[in-house]
Structures are given as C-alpha cells and as structure tokens.
Design a protein around this ligand. Structure first.
Ligand SMILES: NC(=O)c1ccc[n+]([C@@H]2O[C@H](COP(=O)([O-])OP(=O)(O)OC[C@H]3O[C@@H](n4cnc5c(N)ncnc54)[C@H](OP(=O)(O)O)[C@@H]3O)[C@@H](O)[C@H]2O)c1
Length: 404
C-alpha cells in the first residue's frame, strides 16, 4: 500500500528533527507525509518539538539493522528523505528497499566510498526502473553541483559550452556529532578516496580532464577572485559529485562542455589573506593526518561532539555561506555567479536543500530532468531544484561577465 508521499527517515536525529520542523512549516497542503526511525519515543519527541499534534503525522518504526522493518516503511512511500547517518552504517538497507520498491530517495551523505558502492550495486537497476536515488542533497553538494549546472546552462544559452567551472567558498558554521561520526567512519575504512573521478561512470574521464583535476593542495593567489585561495574542506566530496554530474550529462548527450573540468577552493579575504590561506591549508593537512592516525582519531572521537548533538539554535542562526562561481566558456568568455545563504551550512542550509529536493521528487515528477539511477542533485533535479531553492530564500545570482 503506497499511501504516503514523503517519509522522513532518521527524523529523531539532530538534522532529522529539523527536517520535521521544515515539513511542518513548508509541506504543501494535502501532502501525505510521515516520520520514521528506530525509536518511537524519540520520534514522538521530534513530532512534539515541531508542534505537530499526535494525529497530524504518523510515526513509523524501522531499525536499519532489520531489513523487514525497513521494507515495511519504504514500500509505503513515493519518496524517502533520509538523514539516518553514518550512511555507510545505516544507509544501504534503505537504498536497497527504495530500489526494490521503486521509491525515490534523497539523502545528505558525503561518504564517497559508500556512494561508489551504491552506484555499483544499484545504478543500473534504478535507471531501468526510473527510480531516482539522489545522494548528497545537503550543503555537500547542492551549491557546487547546482551552481555548476547553472553556469553550464548560461554558457549554452550564450551559444557556447562550459570548458571549466570553479567554486570559491566562504562560510561560518558549526559541526554536528553525526557529521563527525560519519567522517570518523570514512577514515576507519581508509579515508576519503584520492581518485578525483571516484564517482564518475566508466565513460569518464578523458586524458585532458584527468590531467586538470588533481586535488588542490597548495594556497595560491587567484586572479579570478582577486585574493588568496586554498584547499576547501568538502572538496573531496563536492568535486567527485560535480564530475559525476558532468559525466552523466555527457552520457545523456547534453555535456556541460568538451573536456569540462571542475575545481573548488576556500577563499580567504583581506586583511592577511595570504597568511590565512597558508594557515588554513596547514590546518586542513593536520586534521587529515590526525584522522588517518588511529590513536589520534580515537582521542578526537572522545573530544568532539557526539551523534545526536550539534550547534545551538543561536549559533545556527549566526552561520552563513557564500560561493563565488566562475565559469570559463569554450570561447574564452567568463561567467560569474554567487550563491549565498544565511544560517548554518550543515544545518539550516542542508535541511532546506534536502527537504526541497524531496519535495521536488514528490510533487514535480513531470518537470524533472532525465530518468532514474544513482544520481546527483543536478542530474536528478536540475533547474527544478534551483527554482525551488530560490523561492525558499537561497540567494542565487548569475551573470555573464567580462567580454559579453
Ligand atoms: N551534507 C551535509 O551537509 C550534512 C549536514 C549535516 C549532516 N550530514 C550527515 O547526516 C547524517 C546525520 O547527521 P546528524 O547530525 O543528524 O546525526 P545524528 O543526530 O546522530 O542522527 C542520526 C540518525 O540516525 C539514526 N539511526 C542510528 N542508528 C540507526 C538504526 N540502526 N536504524 C535507524 N536509524 C538509526 C538515529 O536514530 P536515533 O535518534 O534513534 O539515535 C538518528 O535519527 C550524518 O551522516 C552526517 O554526516 C550531512
């Protein structure tokens, strides 16, 4: 019996509780939605915290360790929105059920080795059935993926292709215990992959793309943004996803551009931009080395926030992020854009992004691009998501730059 439009799975978690509040406020009239997770008691608390009456939204109980309970929940929905992470620990039974029951899926994972496993196991079956399994619908990787998609659309409207895109991040935000647990889990199984095309299909990359896609490791002055830049913390996720998007669009016959390449950076503003870039780069290197060392990883696991916890409401309100987007068209012209959001990137922005992604899957099926598969925000939701996010308060500005 498929009687629900959207099921919020993991709804009792730190991010999950915020998805319940978002749906309580923004779900369209008549949308049939429910909340799900492993503990009825904690789900009741999440429902009450969102000021929902007990009869307003049904509670469904499913532990990811019990596939039959997951099946019973997933088979009732047209769309599952999952915030139950670490996804490498709790995600596979949910994705498996979504593929078997033809239920569309959106999550906020950034665990690239697990995403690769899901692609290998499920992409072809989901594609054949037209089921959209959309990963990385949080702060990683919606701004990078949708921003690059919009640059490519703009280039195509100008009658040319997009040869390169670069995204420059600035942000203020906190860290959730669940995010730290997921990062620790990734490092326990070898750490983030060094392969820049980890998530790309077999058709990619070309030798030119591979030569231009090595991970950024050094600070440098960047004339396009007129200041110093360095490696960005989430690039190891975002770059892989954007390159998958580009390769899937190429497979669909609508490439961003010939030999399209993508990179992203942390942007450092004056004063002392160079010193900040050097310091930020060293700090990232130190963190990576610490997470790769088992004893230091164990110490960090004790000191850092635990699953279920996250920044205070005041701190989340003070957070923000801004992306400067720079595109280089095949004819040499520059394209520019910005994406700006007020509120903590890992919470306020992530919740808005994943909830609007799930709502797009639930109510905009006819307008969505492409078909099924293990997809990215851009390839599954494209312009539909950009329009929804703009309407929901994300500031997106695109302009054609110098020489136009
Ligand atoms: N992409 C982004 O920008 C972004 C931002 C934020 C978070 N995230 C990711 O989102 C995930 C959740 O983060 P969070 O801060 O919300 O973590 P959290 O508070 O620890 O929430 C995790 C959720 O998973 C549930 N869970 C644990 N074991 C389960 C099981 N056996 N069966 C079913 N559910 C189970 C927990 O249920 P209980 O409540 O019953 O314990 C809880 O609801 C993490 O993987 C994190 O990395 C991504």
């Amino acid at each position: 019996m498929r009687d629900l439009d959207v099921i919020l799975y993991g709804a009792a978690g730190f991010t999950g509780r915020q998805t319940v509040a978002y749906f309580a406020e923004h779900a369209p009239m008549g949308l049939r939605w429910a909340i799900a997770g492993r503990s009825r008691a904690r789900l009741e608390v999440a429902r009450a915290a969102a000021k929902l009456a007990p009869g307003a939204v049904e509670i469904l109980v499913a532990d990811s360790a019990d596939q039959a309970s997951v099946d019973a929940v997933v088979s009732r929905g047209r769309v599952v929105l999952s915030t139950a992470g670490p996804f490498s620990r709790h995600g596979t039974p949910v994705v498996d059920a979504c593929v078997r029951f033809g239920t569309h899926y959106a999550d906020i994972t950034g665990e690239t080795p697990w995403i690769r496993q899901m692609i290998d196991r499920y992409h072809e079956r989901a594609a054949a059935a037209g089921t959209r399994i959309v990963m990385c619908c949080g702060f990683d990787t919606v701004p990078a993926d949708i921003g690059t998609f919009l640059l490519a659309r703009r280039a195509h409207a100008m009658g040319t292709g997009l040869a390169a895109a670069r995204v420059y991040y600035q942000l203020r935000g906190g860290l959730n215990g669940g995010t730290i647990a997921s990062a620790l889990g990734t490092y326990e199984t070898g750490g983030p992959s060094a392969d820049p095309f980890l998530l790309a299909p077999e058709s990619a990359p070309s030798p030119t793309q591979r030569a231009s896609s090595r991970d950024v490791r050094e600070p440098r002055y960047d004339a396009d943004v007129g200041t110093w830049v360095g490696p960005f913390m989430m690039a190891v996720v975002n770059t892989r996803v954007v390159r998958r998007s580009a390769a899937l669009f190429a497979e669909r016959g609508t490439p961003y551009g010939r030999d399209f390449v993508y990179q992203e950076f942390q942007k450092y503003s004056p004063p002392l931009a160079q010193a900040k870039a050097i310091g930020g780069t060293m700090l990232l290197g130190l963190l990576d080395a610490s997470f790769r060392t088992p004893t230091l990883r164990n110490v960090l696991a004790q000191l850092l926030p635990k699953p279920g916890s996250g920044p205070s409401a005041e701190s989340m309100d003070r957070g923000w992020f801004r992306c400067d987007l720079v595109g280089v068209a095949e004819d040499g012209r520059r394209l520019r854009g910005t994406i700006h959001h007020r509120g903590d990137p890992g919470n306020r922005a992530t919740v808005r992004f994943v909830c609007e992604s799930a709502l797009a899957l639930a109510v905009e099926g006819e307008s969505l691009p492409g078909g099924g598969g293990v997809l990215t925000p851009a390839t599954a939701l494209g312009e539909v998501l950009a329009i929804r996010l703009k309407a929901a308060g994300l500031e997106i500005a695109m302009e054609a730059g110098r020489g136009i």
